[in-house]
Design a protein around this ligand. Structure first.
Ligand code: NOJ
Length: 569
């Protein structure tokens, strides 16, 4: 980061009385992989507590913790067997209370992961439900008789390979699981289920948490007619049913309405459009504050998520811009380019070798200058990259392992090409331990890490980044500070410039007579002068605010992955 001058006006956290997340930034912690205090090779709450000063220095407003509840860990905690406690592998409720208190002392909020589309198959609710056809909790899950040919009730596939139905031999019925067989879906049509969830949420809020990230929350409402029907080839990519809005409004009334304070709700919603998002995030409808949508992270996927296609920059720009403009008047965006389910952004959208610093900071600038709440995924702030383990045996993610097994054993695909897909798109890319320093386990653990550290931790780590001239961390710090201080960044209008340009990413933000301009060259090649006339004309009168490379005169040609924020007169 070089050359920063203050952008604007307010020094308060939320311009114009808007909620804190309009000018705030959320940092996602994947607890297993963040910091291991007890040396068992798995990150824990005490480890997170030990890094709160680091996070406060970065300047983030809230931490979203991926699930820390008791779980058999088939899906790293997204299979919960007790909503009321903490998994011993991460600590206990006393540790959790300390984490909340110590985060709050630093002005950092704690957002829990709420995984209520499904439970673990070891949750007492499911054990009861499964125990007999007449158990009072039988209807808490989706049980169906076999179809006429004695097979699954319909042809839905699970997101983790194989069918979405598993037969329980003892009672002779199938249960639905959109994810692994160990993650049976709760039946939200049953009001007892809904009220049990709301009561649980209230207990966590009473305990002091500041909101929820809601796992695949649009899937809690199912298109039941398809579940019951004979359809042989139903597309499971968006099983969302129309009741979803009623459920979310009921949840809001039962949990958030009348509760003092501003609690963040962000719904993870695969398959939704901006039209859906307007309904979900219109504050007047009382559903959720914002959603995680998937359109922009699906553009480089072919037949399935492991079938990676080259990045089409104009398509990505246009897609993100369409979310900006469609939600400009009503609703609110979340902004993310990676998380625990996605490859590392610098490997996916940038150049993680020759231009790692430049491309990591370019995407940071492009994302953080948009309207919405930015989410930083742990390690993004130091430009951590994807990993390429030599063998599938080195991977741990249930999605990648199931996909590999199915592709190689059932579809007879070439193991090397299947592994190549995992290298590019697998979720373990994001889950290798946080790289704190250059020591053998990257400062993550004194034990054997549950998933191997990325061998590049000897060069890419927090200590090296912060000690260097070109620090990704300091660039993120500057972006977070700018958002806190600037209402044009948090609330201003967005206009994409040169949408079809294959290399230039340029846009403006404006509010109350103030205009900012972002000019970025998202490519390994320089961007030759002259720039497109409209952008060149704006640049002629612009003052530099922040850039990832030192200023040069003249400003063009743009250097590879150069990204600069300007203020216009
Ligand atoms: C989405 C979560 O982000 C992912 O990690 C998980 O595997 C599925 N939902 C199932 O809970």
């Amino acid at each position: 980061m070089t050359n920063s001058t203050p952008v604007t006006d307010t020094a308060q956290a939320a311009p114009g009385g808007s909620p804190w997340w309009t000018s705030g930034v959320v940092y996602q912690v994947y607890p297993r992989s963040f910091a291991d205090a007890d040396g068992d090779g798995i990150g824990d709450l005490a480890g997170i507590r030990g890094k709160l000063d680091y996070l406060a220095e970065l300047g983030v407003d809230a931490l979203w913790l991926s699930p820390v509840y008791p779980s058999p860990q088939h899906d790293n905690g997204y299979d919960i067997k007790d909503y009321e406690d903490i998994d011993p592998v991460f600590g206990d409720l006393a540790q959790f209370d300390l984490l909340v208190a110590e985060a709050h002392d630093r002005g950092i909020k704690i957002v829990m992961d709420l995984v209520v589309n499904h439970t673990s198959d070891e949750h007492p609710w499911f054990l009861e439900s499964k125990s007999s056809l007449t158990n009072p909790k039988r209807d808490w899950y989706w049980w169906r008789k076999p179809n006429a040919s004695n097979g699954p009730p319909n042809a839905w596939g699970s997101f983790f390979s194989g069918p979405a139905w598993t037969l329980d031999e003892a009672t002779g019925e199938y249960y639905l699981h959109l994810f692994a067989a160990q993650q049976p879906d709760l039946n939200w049509e049953n009001p007892e289920v809904r009220h049990a969830v709301y009561a649980m949420m209230n207990r966590w809020l009473d305990r002091g948490v500041d909101g929820f990230r809601m796992d695949v929350i649009n899937f809690i409402a199912k298109r039941v007619e398809l579940v019951d029907g004979p359809a042989p080839s139903v597309d499971a990519s968006c099983p969302m049913g129309p009741q979803i809005h009623d459920y979310l409004q009921e949840m809001h009334a039962a949990v958030f309405a009348g509760r003092p304070g501003e609690h963040l709700t962000v719904g993870e919603m695969p398959g939704v459009t901006t039209a859906d998002a307007l309904l979900f995030t219109d504050p007047a409808r009382h559903e959720v504050d914002m959603i995680f949508q998937f359109e922009h992270v699906s553009l480089d996927q072919g037949a399935n998520k492991f079938d990676a296609r080259p990045l089409d920059l104009p398509a990505l720009k246009r897609n993100l811009a369409h979310w900006q403009t469609d939600l400009a008047e009503t609703g609110w965006n979340s902004l993310y380019l990676n998380n625990h389910d996605q490859p590392r952004l610098v490997s996916r959208f940038g150049n993680d070798t020759t231009y790692r610093y430049e491309s990591a900071t370019l995407w940071a600038l492009v994302l953080h200058l948009q309207r919405g709440t930015p989410y930083i995924y742990q390690g993004e702030e130091i430009g951590m990259t994807n990993v390429r383990f030599d063998s599938i045996a080195d991977y741990r993610d249930i999605e990648s392992l199931n996909h590999y097994r199915e592709a190689v054993e059932e579809f007879d695909l070439d193991p090397a090409s299947v592994l190549a897909g995992v290298h590019q798109m697998g979720r373990d890319n994001a889950r290798t331990p946080m790289q704190w320093d250059a020591t053998p386990n990257a400062g993550f653990s004194t034990g054997t890490p549950w998933l191997a550290v990325n061998p590049n931790h000897t060069e890419i780590n927090v200590a090296a980044d912060r000690g260097g001239d070109r620090s990704v961390f300091r660039f993120y710090q500057a972006l977070i500070r700018l958002r806190h201080e600037s209402s044009v960044i948090s609330l201003g209008d967005f206009t994409l410039l040169e949408p079809d340009h294959g290399q230039l990413y340029a846009f403006t933000r404006s509010l109350d007579g103030e205009t900012l301009l972002v000019v970025a060259n998202a490519a390994d090649a320089p961007l030759a002068a002259p720039l497109p006339a409209a952008v060149a004309a704006l640049l002629a009168t612009a003052t530099r605010v922040l850039g990832n490379l030192p200023p040069q005169s003249p400003a063009t040609p743009l250097r590879p992955w150069e990204a600069t924020l300007y203020r216009l007169p």
